[in-house]
Design a binder for this molecule. Sequence first.
Ligand code: NAP
Length: 247
Amino acid sequence: MKNYIPKNDLLKNRTILVTGAGAGIGKAVAIAYAKYGAQVILLGRTADKLQAVCHQIQAAGYPAATPVVFDLNSNCYADYVAVATQIENNFYPLYGLVHNAGLLGERKSVGEYSPEVWAEVMQVNVNAQFLLTRALLPLLRKNENGSVIFTSSNVGIQGRANWGAYCVSKFATEGLAQLLADEEKQLSSLRINTINPGRVRTAMRAQAYPDEDPMSLVSPQEVVLTYLYLMDGDNSGITGQRINAQN
Ligand code: NAP
């Protein structure tokens, strides 16, 4: 993976949906996919941010991206099915899905944690991933070697004080990815993997570590190679893996 060099037309004619594509890591990943030829669907809750990424992609001369304004705090399955229908009717077969959107929630102990914030973090970081995956699986399975990427964290494998629902949501994300990878081995050629981005200079990181020097962190652009690697159809045997983007 360290010496991986993506081919220029790596994602030509591939449709890929990236959640949380309006900012941070999701924005960088979406732009990188477009650069390598993908038709990217940018899903997020803030229309202005998605439009700005679309314009950036257009200005660079990459294939046009499509914004889908959608709040993952919704637990209404019909809303997710509507997104799937929109994709099925308007795009090439859906090749890839990146579950990137996430909420940090509170940095408090379990004893002090707001139940409302806990529910929202679990909805956006876990339940929405299930609902979106459930709705999109029939489309993703139609491709040879399609790819689903989940986003975890260091606190997704080792619990740490005061990380609250975020920590628990990342454990659940790891579990969902493992479960799905094991199931899809029997059912399709779909690859399911998890990326731990490591410490990256984004709004979420600044919220979690307000006293940290942001310039001590890598930029979102510096972690996109792993996302390209796992979207590469030549890596058909890679599934059920957890990859650290900064190793
Ligand atoms: P970020 O800059 O805060 O971006 C998070 C994205 O998720 C934003 O685009 C945000 O949209 C979107 N989002 C949040 N709630 C949403 C909702 N209800 N519906 C739709 N979209 C929603 O954070 P980031 O650092 O890039 O994080 C991306 C992923 O990497 C997350 O899963 C995070 O847990 C993971 N991660 C990050 C780090 C790090 O150091 N940065 C480390 C480990 C893991 P708005 O901008 O419109 O709010």
